[in-house]
Design a protein around this ligand. Structure first.
Ligand SMILES: Cc1cc2nc3c(=O)[nH]c(=O)nc-3n(C[C@H](O)[C@H](O)[C@H](O)COP(=O)(O)O)c2cc1C
Length: 174
């Protein structure tokens, strides 16, 4: 049975939510990483992802500047690194090194692959729009990589410490 509640209350029932790490590389060669929970597939052929990325994020600026990024699926043991990527802005610091994330060179883009991720997708920017209070970035996958360890499971935003719980208005750094 359903009972009408406030939107803010109902949306808390969406968790656990998948989370990805988006890596970027600016024209100056500096790389960055950000956590993104608002992501889904937007097309299967060609494969495209749609991501909600706040315009204030350094990642947003780098994607706009270069037209490229990588979507990496962290495994369930990567919650500390993911939380670090999602807690602070990357301009003027090296979040990838700070978080101890291992990287690998991508094939077609300058943004790095995350070596321990379950999978990595090199993306080319298709469009950026702003339907509401958050910008939406659409990326076409131009190359993909999968971890040789096929038993790795993906990270979701609710772990046993429940560090990653967000409200509708509180998805920004915690
Ligand atoms: C689990 C998790 C999920 C997040 N999901 C999003 C999201 O979908 N969109 C967004 O704009 N920010 C999201 N954030 C917040 C950004 O990761 C955060 O603002 C980050 O500092 C941006 O980094 P940047 O400025 O270096 O790009 C999330 C944070 C965490 C920890």
């Amino acid at each position: 049975m359903q009972k009408q509640v406030k939107i803010e209350e109902a949306i808390t029932r969406k968790y656990p939510e998948q989370v990805v790490l988006v890596t970027t590389c600016g024209k100056d060669g500096k790389t960055n990483v950000m956590a993104v929970g608002w992501i889904t597939v937007a097309s299967s052929d060609p494969l495209m992802f749609i991501l909600g990325i706040d315009e204030e994020a350094h990642t947003y600026k780098l994607i706009k500047e270069t037209g490229h990024f990588v979507v990496a699926f962290p495994h369930e043991g990567m919650s500390t690194e993911t939380l670090h990527a999602g807690k602070c802005h990357g301009n003027g610091r090296d979040k990838i090194s700070e978080a101890g994330l291992k990287t690998q060179e991508a094939k077609l883009v300058k943004s790095p692959l995350l070596a321990d991720a379950v999978a990595n997708f090199e993306c080319e920017l298709v469009d950026m729009i702003k339907p509401g209070d958050c910008a939406v970035v659409i990326g076409k996958v131009i190359a993909a990589h999968s971890n040789t360890n096929s038993s790795l499971k993906r990270l979701y935003t609710v772990n046993k410490e429940r560090e990653h719980v967000f409200t509708l208005s509180g998805i920004r750094p915690v």
